[in-house]
Design a protein around this ligand. Sequence first.
Ligand code: GLA
Length: 373
Amino acid sequence: MSRNEAVIIRSVLTMSLHTPTAAIIEKPFGTLADGRGVDLYLLTNDNGMQASITTYGGIIVSLTAPDRNGVFADVVLGFDNLDDYLAGHPYLGAVIGRYANRIGKGTFTLDDQTYDLARNNSGNHLHGGIAGFDKALWSARPRSRPEGPQLRLTCVSADGEEGYPGRLDVTVDYTLTHENELRIDYRATTDKPTHVNLTNHSYFNLSGPGGRDILSHEMLVNADHFTPVDEGLIPTGEIREVEGTPMDFRTPHAIGTRIEDDDEQLQFGDGYDHNWILNKPDTDPSFAARVFDPTTGRVMEVVTSEPGVQLYSGNFLDGSLTGKEGKAYGRRCALCLETQHFPDSPNRPEFPTTMLRPDDVHETTSIYRFLAR
Ligand code: GLA
């Protein structure tokens, strides 16, 4: 019996103790240039919702959700083969680390020592650098949990990787719950003081990618404030009220309503590419945002323990990428809601800290919940 068959049988057996339909199936997804094998795991919950996740980059390759008639569709951008991911892409579905979003000039000072990070975005550091967690090969362990099937991914980032101090041990648990949630629990520990900010970079289109853009999706963001940026999308340090700006999503409305407004912030991002400061009483997971697609009735709610969320409206997509089922990914054909600490926090002592010390454990949770109406 092959290793894959053994995993499939074991997974289905353990799942059947809890539920008749939930399962995890593993299959090979390809090979890296250095010969290491990459796997793809298909998680199915009790309702038939499915997520497929690859050990390359911890990438969510597909995620299905029911519309108002109970019809499932894949709601994330991705490729159906490993080679397309290896050819390069804008972080589709990937785990982002060590630091999601930007660090200005790719440098920070910690305990009187200055660290130079990889500069991969106009002189700044973006999404962990040149070879961030989106390009790591993660170890995987499928698990049966009462809430639903879970894939535990782990990786070790060596001391000095992409310029960061400390060896970082990282665990990402993806759980596809029977409540139709994709729950992501992040955990990291270090052996030297360092900075950590982990997220997932899924691109969503609730109509199903490759057709309509997301400008008619209705958005609500539970935030009274955002962090304005400069031309390089680095926060200026100002905490600005959303009131009276195109960033005001406190009542739901179509994303496209004000995206073309004559507004300096929108010009810097070529649309929405900003961090909202969530209205949060504490660091427990709480409601961050809701997206509704009037065409299909699909709703996605985002719940997070993080203090911020980056809404990126797919402004840099330009039709040059062809994804699953041969569909081209045009400008604003999908949106990201990247739960996170604020960009450039290592250089902004006034922002919630991203510092992690050896005696501490970095633990955050983000949940993408799917409904229909
Ligand atoms: C993030 C950034 C964007 C862009 C995308 C990837 O969302 O904020 O500016 O780099 O990733 O293209």
